[in-house]
Design a protein around this ligand. Structure first.
Ligand code: KIV
Ligand code: ZN
Length: 522
């Protein structure tokens, strides 16, 4: 394992996380306020420098989501995105006004194709708009970031000109988005080196890469080599189309190869895995098993030769320890004889230090129940239990169910829910056992959301693994995501569906956003 210190003091790279803005632009992802807030707190604990909390003009819900984060999350800079116009900037300013460290991030496109076809503006007019936007943003906050959308397909001299004008107007950070994921490491390194020579030394150069050619992480690292000192990225690399540069991969590349790069970030790497799991669960976007750093197989050794090597010396086939990214979890934690104090200590060891007593109490009851059925409880089981804990008011709770299902017969489900009026039972049939259970639940609640996506994955390995079900549902204009965890997959499915129903009752769905980035709307 390479563990050499760089010859000179490492240079600091700022991590700008845009999971809640560009990440939320992933098809099918819609987070409600409570979920956004939970992710933002996790990002703060992770140690990101900047949280882009949303795009406030997109909808009143987005504006409120950003302002809640601005009010409640301390530590990182909180920013909201705004196109280069007054209405967007006013919305962003309102959204971040309560932040400890507010920033407005404004942008306009600079490539010939965007200026001609989308904006229908001459380059001089684009520069003028950029300057006006930055000046207006500076009338609200001291920290303004300016982005040149589609920068990597823009003329370099024009980029330097618009960035110089933005800096003179008051921008403190200028960002170079590879909006369509078109650039290459060599090209981007050279572009940053060029821009560095054109701009005053105090300006922070920033990169923002998309993964259309699978090079977002490599391009971000090359940008830093060329002079970028802020990198924009997302947890698990989620984002528009093929996604954004993956935060965990960039951070661990800098950490593991600091002998080569000489950069450091402020990220607490041991929080990476937990952040990845949270974002996957709340966004409903699974992490591919072979994904670097956070995928299920990232630290698994399958071949006999590799296993033999790792047993003799881990460094034979591991370039970093799983513990370093918060995955010490494979070890056995507890069994059914473990007491309350040991349970709390296990939670604390896993980083869950802020759980209120009543929550620990109900988790302990669930743990005992699980330990009875499953025997050995692993750290990943505990994580799944904690993460599935309900942040949603429990109007309905699953009390029990029975399914009759088999070949050449229609599955029938009997379900009992605890409701505000006491326990209520219903029976229904469906195309499969899960659908039958969902129909029975709908009968009890009187709500009938449309199931849009369904995903199941094992939380731990082995035949007695916990299964985690994530469902996406539509109810009127609202999009909702629910998860449920249990050793029985129908139970996990029913728990996820009951959670969706509770979210509907609590009015927690996210509204559809109208016309975001609609062509010609600038
Ligand atoms: O990809 C992009 O161009 C963006 C900007 C709005 C920063 O996300
Ligand atoms: Zn982007």
């Amino acid at each position: 394992m390479t563990d050499q210190a760089p010859s000179t003091a490492p240079e600091r790279i700022r991590i700008f996380d845009t999971t809640l803005r560009d990440g939320e632009q992933s098809p099918g992802v819609a987070l409600n306020h409570a979920q956004k807030l939970e992710i933002a707190h996790t990002l703060a604990r992770l140690g990101v420098d900047v949280i882009e909390a949303g795009f406030p003009i997109a909808s009143p819900g987005d504006l409120e989501g950003v302002s809640r984060i601005a009010r409640e999350v301390r530590g990182p800079v909180i920013t909201g995105l705004a196109r280069a116009n007054r209405a967007d900037i006013e919305a962003a300013a309102r959204a971040v006004e309560a932040a400890e460290k507010p920033r407005i991030h404004t942008f306009i496109a600079t490539s010939p194709i965007h200026m001609a076809k989308k904006l229908n503006l001459e380059p001089d007019a684009v520069v003028e708009r950029a300057v006006q936007a930055v000046e207006y943003a500076r009338s609200f906050v001291d920290d303004v970031e300016f982005s040149a959308e589609d920068a990597t397909r823009s003329d370099w001299a024009f980029l330097a000109r618009i960035f110089r004008a933005a800096v003179e107007a008051g921008a403190t950070t200028v960002n170079v988005p590879d909006t369509v994921g078109y650039t290459t490491p060599k090209e981007l390194r050279e572009l940053f080196a060029f821009l560095k020579g054109e701009l005053p030394a105090h300006v922070i150069l920033s990169s923002h890469c998309h993964d259309d050619l699978g090079m977002a992480v490599a391009n971000s690292i090359a940008a830093a080599e060329g002079g970028a000192r802020q990198i924009e990225c997302t947890i698990n690399g989620i984002g528009e189309r093929a996604g954004n540069a993956s935060l965990e991969e960039i951070v661990m590349a800098f950490h593991t190869r600091r002998d080569v790069y000489g950069f450091e970030t402020g990220i607490r790497t041991r929080e990476l895995y937990r952040a990845s799991r949270l974002v996957s669960r709340l966004s409903g976007m699974p992490v591919q098993p072979n994904k670097a750093i956070v995928g299920d197989n990232a630290f698994a050794h399958e071949s006999g030769i590799h296993q033999d090597g790792v047993i003799k010396a881990r460094e034979t086939y591991e370039i970093m320890n799983a513990e370093l990214v918060g995955r010490e979890a494979a070890v056995l934690v507890m069994g059914k004889h473990s007491g309350r104090a040991a349970f709390r200590k296990a939670l604390t060891d896993l980083g869950y230090t802020d759980l209120p007593d009543d929550k620990v109490q109900s988790l302990f009851a669930r743990f005992k129940d699980l330990a009875d059925r499953k025997g050995q409880i692993y750290a990943d089981d505990l994580r799944a239990m904690v993460e599935a804990r309900s942040d949603v008011p429990q109007t309905f709770t699953l009390e029990g169910f029975q399914i009759t299902s088999g070949m050449n017969m229609t599955p029938v489900a009997f379900v009992r829910l605890q409701t505000p009026d006491g326990p209520v039972d219903a029976t229904a049939h469906g195309d499969g056992p899960v659908e039958a259970a969902y129909q029975a639940i709908n009968k009890i609640t009187g709500l009938a959301p449309t199931l849009e996506s369904y995903r199941i994955q094992a939380v731990t390995r082995g035949g007695d693994a916990l299964g985690e079900v994530s469902v996406g549902a539509r109810y009127g204009e609202a999009t909702l995501h629910g998860t449920g965890v249990a050793t029985d997959i129908v139970e996990a499915s029913a728990r996820a569906w009951v959670r969706v129903q509770n979210m509907i009752v609590a009015g927690m769905g996210t509204e559809r956003r109208q016309g975001e980035f609609a062509p010609g709307r600038i």
